[in-house]
Every structure is written in C-alpha cells, then in structure tokens.
Design a protein around this ligand. Sequence first.
Ligand SMILES: Cc1cc2nc3c(=O)[nH]c(=O)nc-3n(C[C@H](O)[C@H](O)[C@H](O)COP(=O)(O)OP(=O)(O)OC[C@H]3O[C@@H](n4cnc5c(N)ncnc54)[C@H](O)[C@@H]3O)c2cc1C
Ligand SMILES: NC(=O)c1ccc[n+]([C@@H]2O[C@H](COP(=O)([O-])OP(=O)(O)OC[C@H]3O[C@@H](n4cnc5c(N)ncnc54)[C@H](OP(=O)(O)O)[C@@H]3O)[C@@H](O)[C@H]2O)c1
Length: 443
Amino acid sequence: MGKKKHQVAVIGAGPAGLYGARALAENDVEVTLFNRDIKPGGLAEYGIYPDKIAMKKGLRKQFQKVLETPNLRYFGNVAIGEDADITLNDLREFGFQALFVTTGAQGTKWLGLPGEDQTGVYHAKDVVYYYNHLPPFSQHEFRFGSHCIVVGAGNVMIDIARYLIREAKVDEVTALVRRGPAEIKFTKKELGYVAANLDLDALDAEIARCADNMIEVGQNPQAAKETILSALPKAASKVSETKFRFQFLASPQQMLGDNQQMLSSVEVEDNKLILNEAGVTKPRGSGKTRILEAETIIFAIGDKVDENFGLPINKWGEFVKNESPRHPHNDKSFEAYDPASKSIIEDVFFAGWARKASEGLVGYARRSGISGSKAILDYLSELEGGESTASALDKKLASLSKPIVTNEAALHLYQVEKEEAEKRGTEEFKFNKNEDMLAAIGL
Ligand SMILES: Cc1cc2nc3c(=O)[nH]c(=O)nc-3n(C[C@H](O)[C@H](O)[C@H](O)COP(=O)(O)OP(=O)(O)OC[C@H]3O[C@@H](n4cnc5c(N)ncnc54)[C@H](O)[C@@H]3O)c2cc1C
Ligand SMILES: NC(=O)c1ccc[n+]([C@@H]2O[C@H](COP(=O)([O-])OP(=O)(O)OC[C@H]3O[C@@H](n4cnc5c(N)ncnc54)[C@H](OP(=O)(O)O)[C@@H]3O)[C@@H](O)[C@H]2O)c1
C-alpha cells in the first residue's frame, strides 16, 4: 500500500484558492477545493470588468488547467461556514488535516450612516457581481438614477463609474473622495476608460477649492491635477454625454429619501486634510455640511471578510492572524488565531483577499495562494498523512440534496458557454441564473 497522503480542504476557488490548491496538489497533497459559486474564478470571473475579454479568457484557460490537476477534486455550488452547507468542524471530522481559507472578502463594509437602507444605496461588490452576471446578484434590481455618486477613489470606483458612464449612460457621475486629489488610488490606465467624460471646468474649480489645504500639508495641487489629466491623451472615446466629476475632501453623512424610501440626496460633510504624526494625510470633518442631489450612491470603499464564516475577525473586518507565525512566508503570516482563547487555530490558513481584504490584483492573489500553500506544506511536514476524506465527504455532499459541480462538470460548463458565444457571434456568453448553468451541464 502507498504512503498515506496529507488531506487539505481549500475553501474558495478564486485566484488564491485555485493557484494555492494546485501548488498543494503538485506537492503530493490530496486536495479538495470547495466553491460557493458554480464556476471557479471568484472576482477574476465575476469582478474584473466585462470588457477585459482577453484577460478573462486567459485566466479561464489557466483555471481550466487547474481543474485538470491530478489529486485535486473540485466541488462547486458548495458553501462552507457556520450556517452553510458544510461547517469547518464537519471538514475536520471528515479527516481534513488543514483548512485553507481563500474565500475572498465577501462581507460588506457599510459605514453605518442614517438612510443606508433606502433604495438607491448600494455597495460596489453587489453592483460588480450584478453586471458580471453572478447569480443571485445578476437577478437583483438596481436603481441607477440620473445623478449617481460613487464613494472612493480606487480602481473599483472607476469600474463602477465606467459602467454608469458607458453602459447605464446616466446624466452625472460624481466620485466622492474623503481625501484630496493627491490621494487618488486609481491608475491612469483605468481612468482612461472614463476620462473623456471628465467635466474639466468642474475639475479645475474643485482643485482650486482644495488648493490652500493641499499646500498646507505640503502637496502640489497643479501636479495632482496633471496626474489626473495625464489619462486624457489615451482616453477611450466617449460613448455618452455623462458628466464625470470629482468632489474631493468630502464624506457622506446621511442618505435622504422621499417617503417611499427612495434616495433623493446625500448630505456630505467637508473635510480638511491634516498631517498625522507619521506624516500621513488624514481627513478631518469640518462640521460644514451640504446636500448633493443623487438617486443612487454606491460605496466603493473596499470590502471586509464574511463575519459569519465561523472564524474570529478583528475590528478592521479581517480574519485574525497569528502575529508570530510558525511558518511565515515572505515575512507574512498565513495562520489563523483566536484572540478569545489567545491560541493559534492550528489547522487554519488564509490567502488572497481572505488574508487581506481588497488588497492587490489577480497576480497578488495568485502569489498569496502559493505562499499560503508553502506555509501549509511546512505545517504538514510535521504530521503523518491521513485517511482519505472521500467517503465521509461524498456521503455529506449527497445529503445536501442539491447539484454538486465536479471538475468535469465545471469544465463542461466552460465549454458550453464558449460554444454558446460562438453560436451567438459574441465575445463571450455567461448564464445569468444558476438553474440555467446547471441545466446546461445536465445537473
Ligand atoms: C471590481 C473589481 C475589479 C477588479 N479588476 C481587476 C483587474 O482588472 N485586474 C486584476 O488583476 N485584478 C482585478 N481585481 C482584483 C482581483 O479580482 C482580486 O485580486 C482577486 O480576485 C482576489 O482573489 P481571491 O481568490 O483572494 O478572492 P475572490 O476572487 O473573491 O475569490 C473568492 C472565492 O471564494 C468563494 N467563496 C466565498 N465564500 C465561500 C464560502 N463560504 N464557501 C465556499 N466558497 C466561498 C467565492 O465563490 C469565490 O469563488 C478586481 C477586483 C474587483 C473587486
Ligand atoms: N482594473 C484594475 O486593475 C482593478 C479594478 C478594480 C480593482 N482593482 C484592485 O482591487 C483592489 C481593491 O480596489 P478598491 O478600489 O476597492 O480599493 P482601494 O484602491 O483601496 O480604494 C478604496 C477607496 O475607498 C476609500 N475609502 C476607504 N474607506 C473609506 C471610508 N470609510 N469613507 C470614504 N472613503 C473610504 C479610500 O480612501 P483613502 O485612500 O482615504 O483610504 C480609497 O479611495 C485594489 O488593489 C485595486 O487596484 C483593480
């Protein structure tokens, strides 16, 4: 009889989980990869802007290869967690020796402001999942009014603005930014998709409004303006008359609506930039408020992890990590920690956006998955291999009475969607509903 292999459950098949699972399987570990969604890919499939076809197709090809890796079983349509299909303790009982949590950042970072429950108030992730056809978000109704505010100054803000400007073609999109023009986080390339719609007079006026405060904290208003304008020469051509504006140094305070709970305006407070002791600029509320007309406000301020997953989280909405890791990689900890009992959760490891929410690109998640897998291999090197988890797990999966998507079924789905796109003469095709996806692969 051959040597018993180590048994690892990888939870979440985004880039971190897929590349991490492959790295483990290639090191002779028996890997079971669970995914909430039917299709693998996470935000690479359901976050990256739909027009980035070449990038998405390239990633899908790589993900298909991962599904063909020996020693790697994929189970899509299976959620893991406290109130989910299978709990972490179930996995331990089935014999998994390490649990690799690569679930991304599925929680929503609401600010707890009055009026957040009104129609027209959304979080970026939900909108992104909607226009990228992830069920059930693909079925939700969104109210994109004529005046839309997007809070934040990262690339997700730009993606949402891009959708509102180039697809929904609303009248006005305002990026509401708590700090100033020198603290933008989006890239020139991404701004290029919406730069042709910039209201340049409004940008001039806005930078002039912020200039004194910027100079006070040692910033150069003209340089900040030039950075933004540098996206213009290679900007994508205009497809709508949407006016795209910035409101810097302002934070939302409350969402105001009519008596049907429909958003009609947002009260914002002007901020002043201050330099803290570490020399970092921080926004401080000035107490002065004003009203911006808006039927839609979308928060693109980053995400947090799922607080109901069943692992301790900290006040920043992150899973708590072991600060003194047993198996660090690149000086980072991939290990879970329980602050209540002040002890390491021995068998749980994190990578990707589950390790640090909303940090970095697909390449970062891939590297994180691979580094996390090395931490797990170090941990397993001190343990004997384990009995196969297959029979206990298969029994549990059968008891869930729902279709389970295996490696073969997921590969089949990729093929069906590819053929459907060819039939329709479109660059790609995605099913909008889980039922349709499952029916198309005979489940
Ligand atoms: C709007 C947006 C646009 C982006 N555009 C780009 C871009 O153009 N280029 C680029 O390089 N990067 C882009 N990124 C960043 C990139 O998508 C992320 O870096 C990467 O996807 C993070 O990978 P991850 O595996 O950690 O998490 P995710 O991609 O979020 O994957 C998490 C996976 O876990 C699964 N899961 C969640 N909870 C459970 C559970 N309880 N049980 C089982 N499975 C679960 C999910 O179904 C999902 O498949 C973008 C991000 C966003 C938000
Ligand atoms: N095309 C692409 O390549 C692409 C597309 C989308 C996303 N991504 C990547 O995905 C990652 C996440 O992107 P992201 O845009 O979500 O994050 P991000 O780049 O960190 O930007 C978040 C923005 O939200 C603001 N913010 C945070 N908390 C806030 C609060 N409480 N109130 C008001 N504003 C607040 C931040 O302001 P402060 O600076 O003041 O904190 C910042 O402007 C990034 O690595 C990004 O590059 C890439």
